[in-house]
Every structure is written in structure tokens, then in C-alpha cells.
Design a protein around this ligand. Structure first.
Ligand SMILES: Cc1ncc(COP(=O)(O)O)c(C=O)c1O
Length: 427
């Protein structure tokens, strides 16, 4: 039976509070921060609370080596240095990616080669990556976007056959798994971000911080010499005889995390397993309730992948043609009127169309320098990545819930169904 849509004057389908109900453990954060202030521990790495965080994160993900850093992008920059990336090398990054992910590689003079996304998973497409491997490729840098895990079997296979280093952008993927193994153990080296605050930011959040994780001793030592000037015990810890000759200043960057950030991140880490399980259960409940609705489905996950979209939220594949050409904006306006908090812009950051790759920006690298480390940047244009560009207007997003008001997921599903059943009234 036709119902009047709320946008056309009917009653909204969602009457309960659809916002996230999980509360940040603020009191625990305050206690952890005050403890450090009382102790006077406000700087340093390789000892005390920063080392404690590294040990706990290592134990949580089950990998051999962990280093904390100031941010996710400095963690990733350290990974690129560890991988030996430099001027003249190429690295492959999804075009629906993030410059903060690969800025380290860019400024080392390595050339970004973008790749397409798989239109169903919205993650880097391994088949397209393989087509872009050249004699200059050194690193593949996939993003486990919103905690959703890329096809690790395919990526590792490509890296093995072409002798490439897999630097995983795990900025959103603390606790995510592939075939039961946590991210940070699968590729060669991974960089995590701890930016923001629980529960909406990175799965482990402490304001600003980052983490490098690897099982490879050589990569760990290279990351360490790059980013941890004056880390307690660093020179003693190094085993590579060449690196061991460095002074405690190592290679000069002091990209360690602030101990206060790690104190907050530790509280976040402790409650992460619970948050992941609850988020996944709520997503599955919604997925079941909207199954078979024409024109809308959740982005596909690989069968071996497990993760929660704690950061970034749920992504939906929207097919306007199934609803008579109703645009994503029109569809979301009608959903919002029903009380369904869906947004039309599930795709942002189209990297190859940034001004860096489409415009001349004279002088930006210094007079007479064509690009970072004197390497010209590649040129791209609209149409170069038809699959990823074609996702504009076809990917919607909604936060999802760690804790939802009882009954609200039912109402959200009913609101979606109501708009889809009555879309013709909107044309
Ligand atoms: C995919 C991705 N990579 C890397 C980063 C960089 O992390 P940070 O902001 O901690 O430097 C972010 C931050 O949002 C990100 O979303």
C-alpha cells in the first residue's frame, strides 16, 4: 500500500533517536592523563607509558614489532622509508585514497601511480593494480578503508611475484582481520592512525598519534632509525651493524607520539574489541533487514575479511537507475525526512583529480624544481579512472552504531524500504 513520504507531508518512519549511544570512557581518559601529569611524564619514547602502549598494541594484534608515532601519516612515511622508497620509484595507491596516506612517499620523490577501486567492495582492485606494475614499482599501498579489509591474498600474491613491498594503510583498521589474522601481520609493514576521539574517529583514538606495525626486523629497524630520534635504548636495540653506527639522534626526525595522546589511546584500545563486535552485530542486523531492497545494498566484503566501519561509517552501493533515475541527493533528502541519517557523498578525495596532478602550480617545490625531490609529478585528467569516477553519485554513507537505541535499526530499515517503495512520488 502506498504511504505518504515524510518529505511530502507524511509521518517519519524513524521516531526513535538514531544517533550513536556508545559513550566515550571520559572518566578513564581523565584518570590516565592526570596520572601522567602527576608523574611528570610528558615527553619521551621507548620507556614508561609509550612503551606500555606499544607492548599492549603488539599483544592485541599479535605482531612482533610496533612503534608509536605522532600521527598516522608520519607512521606511513616511516613505512615508506623502511621500504626503501625514493626518487625514481613508483608506488601504487587507490585513486579514491588520501594524500595524507602517501604524502611521505610523495615527498621522498616517489611517483604516485593511482589504481581503480573495485566497484562492489570500494577497495583497491588487485587486477587493476597488477596492470599498473612497471619495472619502477617498489610499493603497493592499499587502504583498508573504513576498517574494511582489501583482498590480502591477491595483494600478497602480486607483491610476491613482482618483488614489491606491501605497505598497508591501516589508518582505519585497528582490530580488522583477514582470515582470522589481524591487520599489521599480513603485509610487510602497516601504518595506523590514532587521530580523533572514541567512538567516531579512528578505532584506537588519542587525539593525534600513529602506529607502525611489522613482523620484519629489518623494516622495523629502518622505521626506527627514521622517526625516533633519542628513543630510549634505540641504538642498543638496533642489530643491523650499519644502523648501529648511528648516534642516538638517528636520522633526525622526532616523530614520536605525545605520551598524553597514548594514555588516551590506551583507554580506547582497551574497549576496542567490544566496540568492534557490537558494531558488526548492528551492521548485520541492518543488512538482514534491507536485504533484497531494489537499488541499495551495503558495499561487499570479502568472505575472509572481518572489520567494523567504526571510522567512516557504512558504505552503500546505490543504483539510481533502479529508482527511475532518482539522484543520490534526492534519495537521501527523502531518507533524511524519514529520519534515516544517510548521506549522498560516500565518495570523496579523488586523488588523480587533485590540483597537484591537473594544474601547473609554479614555484610550489622551490624555484626551478619540477616536483618533490626534483621529480615531476604525473599528469592526470577526468576520464583516466572511469570505474572510480563513475562511483560518484552511487555511494551513500551512514554512521552505523556501536550501541543503538533498541528498535531503531528496525525503524531505519523501514524508512529505507518506505522511500524505495514510494520513489515514484519523488520523480
Ligand atoms: C586513509 C587514511 N590514511 C592516513 C591517514 C593519516 O592519519 P593522520 O591524520 O593520523 O595523520 C588518515 C587520516 O584520516 C586516513 O584517513
Amino acid at each position: 500500500m502506498a504511504e505518504t513520504l515524510a518529505i511530502l507531508g507524511g509521518s517519519p518512519a524513524v521516531t526513535l533517536d538514531a544517533s550513536e549511544q556508545y559513550k566515550r570512557p571520559v572518566e578513564e581518559e581523565k584518570a590516565a592523563v592526570c596520572e601522567l601529569i602527576d608523574e611528570g611524564f610528558l615527553t619521551g619514547s621507548g620507556s614508561g607509558p609509550p612503551l606500555q602502549f606499544e607492548e599492549e598494541f603488539k599483544e592485541y594484534i599479535g605482531c612482533k614489532y610496533v612503534l608509536t608515532t605522532s600521527h598516522g601519516h608520519t607512521a606511513l612515511a616511516s613505512c615508506y622509508f623502511a621500504a626503501g622508497l625514493g626518487a625514481g620509484d613508483e608506488f601504487i595507491h587507490p585513486t579514491l585514497g588520501y594524500i595524507g596516506s602517501y604524502a611521505g612517499a610523495l615527498h621522498m620523490g616517489a611517483t604516485p601511480v593511482f589504481c581503480e577501486l573495485d566497484p562492489k567492495t570500494l577497495l583497491a582492485d588487485p587486477a587493476d593494480i597488477e596492470k599498473r606494475v612497471t619495472a619502477k614499482t617498489r610499493v603497493i599501498n592499499p587502504i583498508h578503508m573504513c576498517g574494511r579489509v582489501c583482498d590480502m591474498d591477491a595483494l600478497l600474491d602480486i607483491c610476491q611475484r613482482h618483488n614489491l613491498v606491501l605497505v598497508e594503510d591501516a589508518a582505519h583498521a585497528h582490530g580488522s582481520e583477514w582470515d582470522g589474522v589481524k591487520i599489521g601481520n599480513l603485509g610487510h609493514i602497516a601504518g595506523f592512525s590514532c587521530q580523533g576521539l572514541t567512538p567516531r574517529s579512528k578505532p584506537v583514538a588519542g587525539g593525534e598519534a600513529g602506529i607502525v606495525a611489522t613482523n620484519d626486523r629489518e623494516l622495523y629497524e629502518r622505521a626506527l632509525i627514521f622517526c625516533h630520534l633519542h628513543r630510549t635504548g634505540a641504538v642498543e636495540e638496533l642489530t643491523n651493524p650499519v644502523y648501529k653506527q648511528l648516534e642516538p639522534q638517528l636520522l633526525g626526525w622526532k616523530w614520536r607520539a605525545h605520551p598524553l595522546a597514548l594514555a588516551i589511546a590506551r583507554v580506547s584500545l582497551h574497549c576496542l574489541p567490544e566496540r568492534i563486535e557490537k558494531y558488526i552485530a548492528n551492521r548485520e542486523e541492518l543488512a538482514e533487514k534491507i536485504e533484497g531492497i531494489p537499488g541499495l545494498e551495503l558495499a561487499h566484503n570479502y568472505p575472509k575479511a572481518k572489520g567494523a566501519e567504526i571510522y567512516g561509517g557504512l558504505r552503500f552501493l546505490y543504483d539510481p537507475e533502479a529508482l527511475g533515475g532518482l539522484t543520490a541527493e534526492q534519495f537521501c533528502e527523502a531518507l533524511n525526512a524519514e529520519g534515516v541519517p544517510m548521506g549522498p557523498n560516500g565518495i570523496s578525495h579523488i586523488e588523480h583529480l587533485r590540483s597537484l596532478y591537473t594544474k601547473d602550480l609554479p614555484g610550489i617545490w622551490g624555484e626551478g624544481h619540477p616536483g618533490p625531490a626534483n621529480v615531476p609529478l604525473p599528469r592526470y585528467q577526468e576520464g583516466d579512472f572511469p570505474v572510480s569516477e563513475g562511483l560518484r553519485g552511487r555511494v551513500l554513507q551512514m554512521s552505523g552504531w556501536i550501541e543503538a537505541v533498541p528498535g531503531v535499526i528496525d525503524q531505519v530499515a523501514a524508512g529505507i524500504r518506505k522511500v524505495v517503495d514510494n520513489y515514484k512520488a519523488l520523480l
